[in-house]
Design a binder for this molecule. Sequence first.
Ligand SMILES: Cc1cc2nc3c(=O)[nH]c(=O)nc-3n(C[C@H](O)[C@H](O)[C@H](O)COP(=O)(O)OP(=O)(O)OC[C@H]3O[C@@H](n4cnc5c(N)ncnc54)[C@H](O)[C@@H]3O)c2cc1C
Length: 433
Amino acid sequence: MDNNTVYDLVGIGIGPFNLSLAALLEDTPEVNSLFFDQKPHFDWHPGMLIVGTRLQVPFMADLVTLADPTNRYSFLNYLAQKNRLYPFYFLQRLDIPRREYNDYCKWVESELNNCCFGKKVVELEYLEHDELYTVTVEDIETEDRIRYQCKNLVLGTGTNPALPEAFKGFPSENVFHTSEFLDRQDRCREAKSVTVVGSGQSAAEAFRELLKDRMKYDYKLTWITRSRSFFSMEESKLTVEQFSPDYVNYFYRFPQEKKDEIFATQDLLYKGISSHTITDIYNLLYENSVSNEEINVDLQVLTEVNGIKEKGNTYEISCRQWEQDLNFTHESDVVIVGTGYRPNVPAFIKDLSDYISWDDKGRYEVEHDYRVRVSIPNQIYVQSGISHSHGVGSTNLGLAVHRNKIIINHLLGREKYPIYDKYVFQNFDAEKF
Ligand SMILES: Cc1cc2nc3c(=O)[nH]c(=O)nc-3n(C[C@H](O)[C@H](O)[C@H](O)COP(=O)(O)OP(=O)(O)OC[C@H]3O[C@@H](n4cnc5c(N)ncnc54)[C@H](O)[C@@H]3O)c2cc1C
């Protein structure tokens, strides 16, 4: 079955990045848009919406404010509509609860007419003669397929949990990625031992929650990381200016090889743990140790996990302290894997492969204004999988809004949103010194 409208833009995936674009496009009637997501409704990393976790950027990085503070989909207007402005005013915080950010996004989505959920994009085709894309969308419940036509696409398919091979093939209630943490929390509560592997923010948040729960459920808790320490993320004000349009512009101009080299040195900007999470964990460890009782919690650094195998009702984890070159095993009923996420570049993008320029590592080449480099007149704008081209800030919520200003300006062929040369205090580019 075909839908007869020709859309100016079809969006694939409705995470915060495309939701921001969908919201900003509402007052851009010149662009007729439609967005699809395979989930039944908007939900932002639901397995990690742990009570007490916070957004790692100020609430101004909502879906619209950094493009247009007067837009009705601002976080402050959400509060006003829910009659929560006074509690927020007295809260006096910039870093809102992660659960509240999710609720805010759900509110925005419920107000928009251009977002469809429960619809999975399964195929793309380019009609050379008509200069249009065909997007095949499958209804998740009925499996019915409808084809939509559009002039341009925007990919916002986000990331997928990265589960290394060594952890695959085990019952998912016992060995799972941090992205499933809340769904499996009850399983942890009935286990005799739980092990968290990895020391990024998600692993730390899971560990903190398990540490709180431990006082009641009394399992043995272990935290293992290959890193030299449970290091904290660089969060100082001048450092986070690297999550600015200025830094994106600076980074973008380098040749790809140099970009890969720079990116490889930027771990501290996104891979560590927020210092407030580390403080919470330390306070909980201290609390656990009151009365000098055996606290039954182990933290092991400098140690990689090489494999895991079933041993009766539990799992034997093979570990290696790499600095000492010392191998040992550790047993645990539950293993939680905090090995991060990787870009979700959907297989169907290969349907358009012949039109796309790929780099020698198989990544699409992306123009400065977020268009995949293509040999046809119709654009594929891209929000996901662009760290290689646009740098470390590509997954940052605040920068996504700036990116959407650029995408909308390009779609319109005029500067609806002004773009400035300089946004932050420091210079990256010595030519501008
Ligand atoms: C736990 C966690 C917390 C984070 N916290 C912060 C933070 O505080 N601050 C910050 O700046 N960044 C944060 N990030 C990083 C980043 O902001 C988020 O990953 C954000 O969700 C990225 O948005 P997105 O729109 O690219 O993708 P996602 O939120 O991953 O959404 C992608 C969507 O695409 C859909 N999709 C995929 N394929 C298809 C298809 N074929 N058809 C239809 N739909 C499809 C998926 O269902 C999904 O809903 C966090 C990341 C994680 C994992």
